[in-house]
Design a protein around this ligand. Structure first.
Ligand code: RAT
Ligand code: ZN
Length: 465
């Protein structure tokens, strides 16, 4: 070891043993609160949309897809059963007749054991009695505590009738829940969306005349005002191209991106889904395809004043997404989405991201639809992220750079909340100040403001390799 290395690494508390490094990384990853930037959860104020409990857990569409492989039942017949009957069938088929080996089934086992419920129960009586005895608010707090989650972002569709009532009432809701304005219907099915937008009092027509574009913008502005979303979002097919001669392309360039700029919101693009490959399976019938990264790089290059959060569904797109992020400071890769949310793939993708991007990405979101899923989805991801992060710090150790616990904590905080919070400007613009909830990572709003300014400067400069 040369002199420089020796003196630099006599930093107070620098970890010099692999076992101490591993323990510190693991402990830090498991105790750092996460800000879950994409879920389908709803605050309790959304009533029936707020899902929790054993019947909801077992009728998750990831499990329905697995049931259909194991049990010879026509989808039509399955969906005609009551929710309780569906859950009983899933339990019996995937948990009693077989070992629950898949990620989605293992997740149920983890949620049950974390709540002290019997994962070997012959039926669902004990679990149902347990959930029936929970007070919604207490249970919410308990799940957030076990999962070590500080806040979650919902998925909010302005054209959804079930949500509309809550938004139109304008009431306050739990400040740990934040909105994301989802535009799938608007951007992926313009023709079908038109009558619904009209019904809300905006005079749009199918042909995208200047007037219709202006009205669509007015529609978005109104919903941004109402929801105060942290970002605008859309899921896109594997065939997504930009620019192209389509209503979607026109709406993105002439309505969505100007609205994002004016309201200072990022656009989240979730690319690569093939919807309804098997429509009979309903939500469980979607699949994926490899997308063309050129759509992303074209957008980042053409709109340097917009910020993009991007996740891609095909494993084959992950490397090129990392490379694209090295070229564009206005691109933030996030999450291991849906079919990628399995330990083997999270492990590969996270390692690749550390190697290409350092800690300048958002490693995961849960995509939870049922509150209790936060428990296992985050535990499973944390385990794999901790391994990948340990390996990166261990390589540094092998090269003569010894991290301190404080430095480890700083990177973990960046990954689990800091990068996202900066990207959405949460510290200064959050709904009702909810963001500065107890998790606040020990950092002051002022410190974050400096970082936001930094980040905005970075965005304007393409990163040159
Ligand atoms: O992961 C899922 O639950 C999917 O059904 C989708 O909702 C996906 O995450 C999406 O947001 O489109
Ligand atoms: Zn989702």
């Amino acid at each position: 070891m040369n002199q420089h290395t020796q003196s630099a690494n006599h930093l107070h508390g620098a970890l010099r043993e692999p076992s101490a490094l591993r323990a510190c990384v693991t402990e830090t990853v498991f105790r750092t609160r996460v800000f879950d930037m994409h879920t389908h959860l709803f605050a309790p104020q959304f009533g029936a949309l707020n899902l929790w409990g054993i019947d909801e857990l077992l009728t998750y569409h990831y499990l329905i897809a697995e049931l259909m492989r194991a049990e010879n039942i026509a989808p039509r017949k399955f969906f005609a059963l009551s929710k309780g009957e569906q859950a009983d069938l899933v339990w019996h088929t995937l948990f009693i007749e077989r070992a629950p080996l898949s990620e989605a089934t293992r997740g149920i086992i983890r949620a049950l054991t974390a709540l002290d419920l019997n994962p070997r129960a012959k039926d669902l009586r004990e679990a149902r009695a347990f959930f029936a005895n929970q007070k919604a608010e207490d249970f919410l707090n308990r799940v957030f505590e076990i999962a070590c989650v500080s806040g979650v972002v919902m998925t909010n569709d302005p054209l959804d009738a079930a949500e509309a009532g809550v938004w139109n009432d304008g009431g306050e809701f739990d400040s740990r829940f934040h909105a994301a304005l989802r535009m799938d219907r608007l951007l992926n099915g313009w023709r079908e969306a038109v009558p619904h937008i009209k019904a809300q009092g905006f005079s749009v027509q199918e042909d995208l005349s200047a007037g219709a574009l202006a009205e669509t913008r007015r529609f978005l502005d109104a919903w941004i005002e109402r929801m105060k979303p942290l970002y605008l979002a859309v899921s896109l097919p594997d065939t997504f191209a930009f620019p192209e001669d389509s209503a979607r392309s026109k709406l993105i360039s002439e309505v969505v991106l100007p609205a994002c700029r004016e309201h200072d919101k990022p656009l989240a693009m979730m690319i690569g889904v093939r919807r309804r490959v098997n429509p009979e399976l309903q939500l469980a019938g979607d699949a994926l395809g490899r997308a063309d990264i050129t759509a992303v790089t074209n957008l980042c290059a053409a709109y340097p004043d917009n910020r993009f959060l991007v996740t891609m569904l095909a494993r084959e797109n992950q490397h090129e997404l990392c490379v694209a992020a090295r070229k564009f400071g206005n691109l933030m890769p996030f999450g291991c989405w849906w079919f990628l949310n399995n330990p083997s793939i999270i492990s590969e993708v996270t390692r690749e991201r550390f190697e290409l991007l350092g800690a300048s990405f958002i490693p995961q979101h849960s995509d939870a639809r049922v509150l209790d899923q936060l428990i296992y989805k985050w535990e499973h991801s944390r385990r794999v992220i901790a391994d990948a992060l340990y390996e990166s710090f261990k390589c540094l150790m092998d090269n003569g750079w010894f991290a301190t616990p404080k430095e480890i904590e700083q990177e973990v905080t960046r990954l689990f909340s800091g990068n996202f919070r900066q990207w959405v400007g949460l510290e200064t613009k959050a709904r009702g100040g909810g963001s500065l909830s107890p998790d606040s990572d020990g950092r002051s709003a002022r410190e974050f403001e400096f970082e936001i300014t930094d980040l905005k400067q970075q965005q304007r400069t393409k990163i040159q390799d």
